[in-house]
Design a protein around this ligand. Structure first.
Ligand SMILES: Nc1ncnc2c1ncn2[C@@H]1O[C@H](COP(=O)(O)OP(=O)(O)OP(=O)(O)O)[C@@H](O)[C@H]1O
Length: 225
């Protein structure tokens, strides 16, 4: 079997609240290339906390996190920022697009930060991502000239600009109606199938979760199924 793109080995997390509370308990699982998994569970069971750790943004945990076969625990913040930008794409419930910049420029930004492609190539690639998401015609508009569903598609295009191995979402369809949620689901599925990208999506939507290849169910800080 090839190396998992993401692996959690015995991850636990505590908050000082002001007494010490354990919010993640010995979480272990691996995500393969091209796998589309959802994370479900009641409010407060630890889904966002887990995603925060898996995305390397929170480094205060016990256990081991491997991304693309490499242990993250010993990395400096600069190295982690690079891993995030290169290997992980994020989509949140709220899109966090910059309203002063065009759709195109918003999509290009993480690529500018990585600095691998010259502006014309990057622009070409941003158009390609917008085309995949079916919104290339909106490229020169400002985000606030778009509908909610369109904005979320721009946010997905932005998450794809560096061709990440893993796409993580924290309720990416939480703010969308049923039709737009289905569009986003289909896009994610296409990315897993065609581009072999792994997806790990936290969702409260049972219909969305039921359609994913694998459902990771959490309860009280544990994976129960
Ligand atoms: N900074 C913090 N300090 C203390 N406790 C926290 C902190 N952040 C989260 N928690 C607690 O950790 C637990 C898990 O929270 P988390 O946000 O991961 O849950 P969740 O499953 O994502 O919930 P939701 O579905 O409502 O987003 C909760 O009990 C929450 O109150």
């Amino acid at each position: 079997m090839s190396t998992p793109v993401l692996e959690a080995r015995g991850i636990s997390k505590y908050f000082a609240d002001p007494v010490r509370v354990q919010v993640l308990r010995d979480i272990s699982f691996a995500l393969a290339r091209g796998e589309f998994a959802s994370v479900v569970g009641k409010s407060g069971c630890g889904k966002s906390t887990l995603l925060y750790i898996l995305s390397t943004m929170d480094t205060d945990y016990e256990g081991t996190l491997l991304i693309d076969g490499e242990v993250m625990g010993t990395r400096t913040e600069t190295e982690l920022a690079r891993v995030r930008n290169e290997k992980i794409g994020f989509v949140f419930q709220f899109h966090y697009l910059i309203n002063e910049f065009s759709v195109l420029r918003n999509v290009m930004l993480p690529g500018e930060k990585l600095g691998r492609l010259a502006a014309p190539e990057l622009e070409h690639r941003a158009y390609e991502k917008l085309r995949i998401l079916g919104i290339a015609d909106e490229a020169l508009k400002l985000p606030n000239q778009l509908s909610g569903g369109q904005k979320q598609r721009v946010a997905i295009a932005r998450a794809l600009i560096n061709d990440p191995l893993i796409i993580m979402g924290d309720e990416p369809t939480g703010n969308l109606d049923k039709k737009n949620s289905e569009v986003v689901f289909d896009i994610f599925q296409e990315l897993a199938h065609t581009h072999q990208q792994a997806l790990l999506i936290v969702t409260h939507d049972p219909d969305f979760a039921a359609k994913t290849q694998r459902v990771i169910e959490m309860e009280d800080g544990r994976i129960i199924r």
